[in-house]
Write a protein that binds this ligand. Structure first.
Ligand code: 13P
Length: 255
């Protein structure tokens, strides 16, 4: 089954509202009508509105980097799915390793967010991935299995097709140490197998992105793998030229 390649930029805690608008403008001008690849940009909360305005009328989708599972209430500093929808977000990154490590997000919390996002028609990009110690201890597959199964608890076959998984080995994030193509495909194939066990045929429609030091030079080989359906890009998404090169790599990857 052909899955449309998805190239998503996770800007993390970078770009003010106006800097974000400038970056979005450059991406829209060059790739605003890209139909070969689905493009998503995920600015920080404070730049969502300015970027949303720039993306209007283009094919580029907006995503957030986190959200709270509750619809509203006394949760100082938090943002709900409905608030993100009101700014025309289509996607939300959930369970990023930086959220898990620095903000104590457990699999149970991530799962609540996944369910809340789906209920509000936001597509979750559920991040999973092992640390270096876990990989060296032979636990990479156990960790990925636990995070994937726990994160998807209660998700139905009908819902899962709207969901995206991002495999981000923690040791490859921002380190310049990319997973080898074989390492990445092995884990992606493993995730696909887990999804097939849980969801049957619907699993073939779920996109599994790779994240972790993906750059224009290593992307073509990674994206050519059968179970790598796109990238979740950090550093290389912060400048238009490198992000656009990744979009180009996505367009030709499966040719
Ligand atoms: P880098 O591309 O900077 O390694 O970041 C990857 C990432 O964490 C995307 O969510």
């Amino acid at each position: 089954m052909a899955r449309k390649i998805l190239i998503a930029g996770n800007w993390k805690m970078n770009k003010t509202a106006s800097e974000g608008a400038d970056l979005a403008k450059a991406i829209v001008v060059a790739a605003g009508k890209s139909t070969a690849v689905e493009i998503v940009v995920c600015p920080p909360f404070t730049a969502l509105e300015s970027v949303s305005k720039i993306l209007e009328g283009s094919d580029i989708k907006l995503g957030a980097q986190n959200m709270h599972a509750a619809a509203s209430g006394a949760f100082t500093g938090e943002t709900s799915a409905g608030m993100l929808r009101s700014l025309f977000c289509s996607y939300v990154i959930l369970g990023h390793s930086e959220r898990r490590t620095y903000f104590g997000e457990t699999d149970a919390i991530v799962n609540q967010k996944v369910l809340a996002a789906l209920k509000s028609q936001l597509k979750p990009i559920l991040c999973v991935g092992e640390t270096l110690a876990e990989r060296e201890g032979g636990k990479a597959f156990d960790v990925v299995r636990t995070q994937t199964i726990a994160g998807l608890e209660g998700v139905t076959k009908e819902q899962v097709v709207d969901l995206v998984i991002a495999y981000e080995p923690v040791w490859a994030i921002g380190t310049g140490k990319v997973a080898t193509t074989a390492q990445a495909q092995e884990v992606h194939g493993f995730i696909r197998k887990l999804l097939i066990e849980k969801f049957g045929e619907a699993a073939q429609r779920v996109r599994i992105l790779y994240g972790g030091s993906m750059k224009p030079d290593n992307a073509p080989e990674l994206l050519a793998q059968p179970d790598i359906d796109g990238g979740l890009i950090g550093g290389a998404a912060l400048q238009a030229p490198s992000f656009l090169d990744l979009v180009k790599a996505g367009a030709t990857a499966k040719a």
